[in-house]
Ligand binder design. Structure first.
Ligand SMILES: Nc1ncnc2[nH]cnc12
Ligand SMILES: [Zn+2]
Length: 336
């Protein structure tokens, strides 16, 4: 089964590109850009990745991102992730980026987006991996700041498929960003938002009702409300669940406590994703291995999760059909 998991063609829908910054590249970029890191070795960095909750991670994650300065840095970061996609049999990926993390350090918007999208183009041509880019607003900042970021993005509209919302969930409800989401929708962006990661399940309802999102990122708190579970099932709302992230950030004490199998059995449209793999100890296949081993998933469960990812992606109907056929062909070849 591990071989089947490793090789089945997959889509990833919840991945922060800044969260793929491996300690080795962090050191290289720090050296290249003459930046002094707080850590003396890769081992020391890895030891610091001992999180107690979302905020304890975010502090370290934003600090790590300071080594990203030039277009080449963003290119290298992104291309390195695409090589991981190849290793993980990911044939389509939808990537988040956090422009405010960088523009607040006086890095130009065009430096960030050109570095990332040039790598994505090369990833398509050289590795055969298709991709979409989703711009996230940092929810600990103001809606006014989000509006400024939306304005900066307008010149690059054709490179960005959608808008997302991330960072510290508690204390920063979806309602804070109602107007900017309304504007983004008018401009034609797809809409997603982190909701119900460690914040209340009510934020999931709010992301749906107030922000009008097309997908929910995480959404694992939904299991605490039957009415919401029923709604998510009826709407077949996509939930981009990130198992290793959830255990690393103590949303669940350990993988045996994770509710993804319960959500799947209830009939929810759940997908598996890696969130910030360089910080959480594993890429997409590692996430699949962890839930497979700890939650007694069947082969059918794995197939459903994989198909859900393609069905919930923002690619065209034609490409969806093509990719789902690849999945079916793979299954046929590996079931006999
Ligand atoms: N898991 C996560 N939740 C909220 N914001 C994030 N930014 C990067 N990873 C995140
Ligand atoms: Zn995330």
């Amino acid at each position: 089964m591990i071989e089947f998991i490793n090789k089945i063609p997959k889509a990833e829908l919840h991945l922060h590109i800044e969260g793929t910054l491996e300690p080795k590249l962090m050191f290289e970029l720090a050296k290249r850009n003459n930046i002094k890191l707080e850590y003396k070795s890769i081992k020391e960095i890895k030891n610091a990745y001992n999180f107690t909750n979302l905020q304890s991670f975010l502090d370290i994650y934003y600090s790590g991102a300071k080594v990203l300065i030039t277009e080449q840095d963003f290119y290298d970061l992104t291309f390195e992730y695409l090589l991981k996609c190849k290793e993980n049999s990911i044939i389509h990926t939808e990537i988040f980026f956090d422009p405010q993390t960088h523009t607040s350090r006086n890095i130009e918007f065009k430096t960030i987006i050109n570095g990332i999208t040039n790598a994505l183009e090369d990833g398509k041509n050289e590795l055969g991996i298709s991709s979409k880019l989703i711009m996230c607003f940092l929810r600990h900042l103001s809606q006014e700041d989000a509006f400024k970021t939306l304005e900066q993005a307008s010149k690059f509209k054709e490179k960005i498929i959608g808008i997302g919302l991330d960072s510290s969930e508690i204390g920063n409800p979806p309602s804070k960003f109602k107007d900017v989401y309304e504007e983004a929708k008018k401009l034609g962006f797809m809409l997603v938002a982190h909701a119900g990661e460690e914040g209340s399940y009510k934020f999931i309802n709010d992301a749906l009702d107030i922000l009008k999102v097309n997908r929910i990122d995480h959404g694992v708190q939904a299991v605490y409300n039957n009415k919401l579970m029923q709604r998510l099932k009826e709407e077949q709302m996509a939930l981009t669940v990130c198992p290793l992230s959830n255990t690393k950030l103590k949303v669940f004490e350990n993988m045996k406590q994770h509710t993804i199998k319960q959500m799947l059995d209830f009939g929810l449209n759940v997908t598996v994703n890696s969130d910030d793999p360089a910080y959480f100890g594993g890429y997409l296949n590692d996430n699949f291995h962890a839930i497979y081993k700890n939650l007694d998933l069947s082969k059918e469960d794995i197939i459903t999760l994989v198909k859900n990812s393609f069905n919930s992606s923002f690619i065209s109907k034609e490409l969806k059909k093509e990719y789902l056929k690849k999945v079916d062909d793979f299954i046929a070849k590996h079931t006999s």
